[in-house]
Design a protein around this ligand. Structure first.
Ligand SMILES: NC(=O)c1ccc[n+]([C@@H]2O[C@H](COP(=O)([O-])OP(=O)(O)OC[C@H]3O[C@@H](n4cnc5c(N)ncnc54)[C@H](O)[C@@H]3O)[C@@H](O)[C@H]2O)c1
Length: 328
């Protein structure tokens, strides 16, 4: 029997530690090392992975000649760290967003392609049972021709860590944080149609976004090839009357389907199918989806998988974000 892939974890804050747990639970990988400038965070991670050792930064991980590196650092660091990890010969599982721009995301994908290493991003909502059911309906053509998609992600708290509010560390506000999931869900569900036009309004603190700020409210309209219309709204700290409002609704010539959060929850989702005024429930909580993307990468790495061309699509999502930010 060949040995399990040795994996290192770069950034073991809140989500990084969750993903350590999810990957170890598969039994597919060995957690060999962790790196985080915070001694406290590293110590917490070592409680989850007692066989791992703490090393100094990405350099320390690269010196371990690991099979894979899991990146969960502040968003603006992802692209450069992913590229260095891939060039060092490791497969990469990176938190979203892969890059701040399509240019950065494309550079990471190019590095993965040229190193022939597995690259995946933690687009975790794809792995909810609710989204899987909806995507299956779309693949089967059960909704007919989809002409409208309505995407919402309001986080009524907003992030609790200061780096999210610093554009140099976050790369952007609620669009970079939450909108990326919505754009990915729409494009992935519809099998990555081309996006013909994008318009957006970005606000911060109730006024138009200015340089040096990150947006905390965004509305965007995307026109897809064939004319289908995608409407996106996301925010931090909206007085939404609940913790979160999350939905992805698809409307076609033969009916609709939507993922919706339940009771303001960040974790509980339903999938519903609509026929006129009738609603059928396709999926409902509980569903332990949070670590599934991470577990999937770990298992694929253990199977010896190399570069997956599906990673190219990550650039399509980043391109839409560029357009929302007016950079395209
Ligand atoms: N996939 C998802 O649904 C999802 C959910 C939450 C967060 N995220 C993403 O995960 C990332 C981390 O978010 P978080 O909430 O865990 O933040 P966090 O602040 O809790 O964790 C970041 C960690 O990175 C460490 N760090 C900073 N610079 C570093 C460096 N140069 N090298 C190594 N470690 C470094 C920090 O000390 C901290 O422990 C963000 O990019 C965020 O967008 C994704």
């Amino acid at each position: 029997m060949t040995s399990r892939p040795r994996v290192g974890f770069l950034g073991v804050g809140w989500i990084g530690r969750h993903r350590v747990e999810a990957m170890l639970a598969t039994g597919a990988i060995e957690a060999a090392a962790v790196a985080d400038p915070s001694a406290e965070m590293a110590a917490e991670a070592l409680k989850l992975a007692p066989d791992a050792k703490r090393v100094g930064g990405l350099e320390g991980l690269l010196a371990e000649r690991l099979d894979g590196i899991v990146i969960a650092t502040p968003s603006a660091l992802h692209a450069e760290q992913s590229i260095r990890a891939l060039e060092g010969g490791a497969a990469v599982f990176c938190q979203k967003p892969l890059g701040r721009t399509a240019h950065e995301a494309a550079a990471v994908v190019a590095a993965a392609r040229s190193a022939d290493r597995l690259l995946a991003v933690d687009l975790s909502y794809r792995f909810t049972e609710a989204m899987r059911r909806i995507r299956r309906l779309l693949e089967e053509g059960a909704l007919g021709s989809v002409y409208a998609v309505d995407l919402v992600f309001h986080n009524a708290y907003g992030p609790d860590k200061s780096w999210f509010y610093d554009p140099l560390l976050s790369g952007g506000g609620c669009v970079m944080d939450l909108g990326v999931h919505l754009v990915d869900l729409a494009l992935w569900s519809l099998d990555f149609p081309s996006v013909e036009a994008v318009s957006a309004d970005l606000l911060s603190g109730g006024a138009r976004l200015r340089d040096g700020q990150v947006e905390d409210y965004a509305v965007a309209n995307l026109t897809l090839e064939g004319g289908a219309s995608v409407r996106l709204a996301c925010s931090w700290r909206l007085p939404a009357g609940r913790e979160a409002v999350i939905s992805a609704a698809f409307y076609g010539t033969n009916g609709g389907a939507a993922l919706r959060n339940v009771g303001g929850s960040f974790y509980d989702f339903t999938a519903e199918r609509y026929r006129g005024t009738a609603t059928e429930t396709l999926a409902s909580p509980p569903d332990a989806w949070g670590g599934r993307a991470a577990a999937d990468w770990a298992e694929r790495l253990a199977r010896g998988e190399r570069f997956d061309p599906a990673a190219e699509r990550l650039v399509d999502v980043a391109r839409v974000l560029d357009a929302i930010y007016g950079r395209a």
